[in-house]
Design a protein around this ligand. Structure first.
Ligand code: GUN
Length: 283
């Protein structure tokens, strides 16, 4: 039976450290500020944005919410980002994804000042990660690395399989695992035999956005399984992994909820603080 990788507790410890760092920065006259931009009325996005704002308040950061209607034009959104780029109270800018149809994610992300790109989604920051250079790293994969580190999961020389190839999780995750000297395979919707790939893995990261896509038959005995998925279903909140089934095979597993989710938020705070510290050094 697997042991739990406890994201909630790990995130709590990180937030305590951040409170101290935030107090030091405030002593120098800088309050970390995060701008959160929400376009349209996707209910899940509204919940996530609320959680992010609350987390900012809890560690002493300022947060600024900008809500635009689903009918907003791309120009309106780009102009808003331009204003936020110029606003010295704001150190991090987060545009909640997905965006309503008709708005180009690439153009919107491309407009964010790379020095305020708290998600690490700007091509400059994504490129730095791919090159192994230091920079702002996307929150979810960064949180996954942090929990693996906390539980001293051995990575070097082992096989990792990442299920999902999004710019938000799958691709940056693969780069981070490669940086930790793992042999990395990225699987996706066109992978012909997903189970054949995952059964070879010592570490499986599932970020496919499909409930229950990984079951016990697809997991090697003793593997470590990290579930990035979160879905509200009639049976409650579930992940991309069939938890009960996979927990019988895995050595370690993240629960949903209480696994990766709290870490994503903790890493958002950490990235905001890092950007504020950088800005503080420039002043
Ligand atoms: N939508 C789902 N995950 C994320 C994230 O990490 N950042 C942003 N901006 N939007 C998201």
């Amino acid at each position: 039976m697997a042991q739990l990788l406890d994201g909630k507790e790990t995130a709590r410890e990180i937030r305590e450290e951040l409170k101290t760092r935030c107090a030091v920065l405030k002593g120098k006259g800088v309050t970390p500020g995060l701008a959160v931009v929400l376009v349209g009325n996707d209910p899940a996005s509204a919940i996530y944005v609320g959680q992010k704002e609350k987390a900012c308040g809890d560690v002493g950061f300022s947060s600024f919410r900008y809500a635009l209607p689903a009918s907003a034009t791309e120009k309106e959104l780009l102009d808003l980002i331009g204003q936020l780029n110029a606003d010295t109270r704001i150190h991090g800018i987060l545009v909640q994804l997905p965006l309503p149809k008709g708005l180009s994610v690439d153009r919107v992300i491309g407009r964010i000042d790379p020095g305020k790109d708290v998600d690490g989604f700007h091509p400059l920051n994504a490129g730095r990660l791919a090159c192994g250079l230091p920079g702002i790293v996307p929150c979810t994969p960064k949180g996954v690395m942090r929990i693996l580190e906390r539980y001293a999961i051995p990575l070097e020389g082992r096989n990792a399989v990442v299920v999902g190839r999004s710019n938000i999780v799958g691709k940056p995750m693969a780069h981070l695992l490669l940086g930790a000297n793992m042999t990395v395979t990225i699987c996706h919707s066109r992978t012909p035999d997903l189970g054949a790939e995952t059964r070879r893995a010592d570490l499986i990261i599932v970020a496919a956005g499909r409930p229950g896509i990984v079951d016990g038959s697809m997991v090697k005995e003793g593997a470590v399984v990290v579930d990035v998925g979160i879905h509200r279903t009639a049976e409650g909140i579930v992940g991309d992994v069939k938890f009960e089934d996979v927990a019988e095979k895995a050595s370690w597993i993240t629960p949903v909820p209480g696994g990766v989710g709290p870490l994503t938020i903790a890493m958002l705070l950490e990235n905001t603080l890092e950007l504020a510290e950088r800005a503080g050094r420039k002043e």
